[in-house]
Design a binder for this molecule. Sequence first.
Ligand code: FAD
Length: 422
Amino acid sequence: MVGTEYDVIVIGGGPSGSSVSTRLAQRGHRTLLLEKEHFPRFHIGESLLPCSMPLIEALGAMPRLEAANFLPKYGAEFVTADGWLRRRYAFAEGLVPGPSSAYEVDRSEFDKLLLENATAHGVEVRQGQQVVRFELDRALGVSVVARAENGSEATFNAQMLVDASGQSSLLAGRLGLREMDAELKNFAVFSHFEGAERYAGDEEGDISVVLVPGGWWWVIPLRGNRTSVGLVMPSRNLRGQKPDDAYFAARIAATPFLKKRLIGATQLAPVRSVTDYSYVSRKLAGDRFVLVGDAAAFIDPVFSTGVYLGMVGAFRAAEAVSSALEAKRFDRAQFLAYEREVAKNVATYRRFVKGFYTPEFVEVLMAPSDWLSLRAAITSLLAGFGVAHFEVSWRVQVFRALARANKNLKLVPRIFARQPTA
Ligand SMILES: Cc1cc2nc3c(=O)[nH]c(=O)nc-3n(C[C@H](O)[C@H](O)[C@H](O)COP(=O)(O)OP(=O)(O)OC[C@H]3O[C@@H](n4cnc5c(N)ncnc54)[C@H](O)[C@@H]3O)c2cc1C
């Protein structure tokens, strides 16, 4: 390993990689970002949370985001499969003051604008460069080898390595740190439609989470009359079937709410699917490296938390890496506070996500109480303001206790007996 051309090398140019590199460049650090694709490229994960808005502002990317004219999102609704019961959480009614809207985005364009913003802030972005090897030397620094599409390889050196490679989790995979979440072994199958039914006014951009036994659908209206539709179910439910177009169409036909919203709509592309995507890395940092975003951990997307958790983690990672660079100390101990914070954020939402997969929890979610301002607290949690706010977190614990009690006590009306089988 010779010399250190860069302070930091970031692997991956998704929202986490763009955010961490922009924050580092804003602090004056020489930052190289290596991305294997050429943007724009397709990515799933289109529904943003209001709590991401201040982060986008801090990146200096708000003018680009506003210019993209994405569909504003003011709330999230949960709805039974036959549509007989809808529960809307409007972000403006949250307990914690803050932005009351976000956007439903085409990720190809959203990720591209964040990456362009990183370049504008001084990050050296190289696309079409897949990191294939890396070396971490506690004393000397890090070195990575990136392969271009033509097969040529180049080596880059730095003081620190940040892995933002998303679900491919390059470092956690190679270092044997990745642990699959056995309790959230789900798959997702999804596509885009043109001409699906929409709500009017402020509700047009709401995400609908449609409840089906064992799983859920998302309906995410996008700019230009397109709608993203996807199903998430336990992987065991596939029972040897392929989550292909025929499977997708059959599940839509078995879900009256969706069937109705998709009458006259055209599916724009064959389905895509992902399986078993919930996991966490046993370590989120080590000597000379930090993991951010999906490269560190991923929980089921039912509450649209992925982009936010990735970005907020990226901000914290940039602070930790910047301090390490200033102190010239790159051992794991420098990153323990970062690790604790990310682990806490992930654990908070993971508990809530796990609750969502039980009927007693969903029933309480569908009949939220204003007692102790619980509904407002859940609204804030759904807007992403769930972790750093004690006034939200203790109420969320009360909510979860009520959900547990609802298992045997029937605190709210039962709803699942009335649903068709998906
Ligand atoms: C079914 C599903 C639905 C979802 N819905 C939502 C949602 O509605 N809202 C939400 O907020 N989140 C959602 N998510 C989660 C969201 O997609 C992710 O959390 C988010 O994209 C994480 O961003 P990231 O930057 O960490 O990773 P990514 O966005 O995956 O970016 C990683 C980048 O690294 C690059 N890369 C990978 N390996 C290498 C390599 N070796 N060398 C160079 N580059 C590399 C990739 O090309 C990619 O561009 C969903 C996820 C799934 C699976």
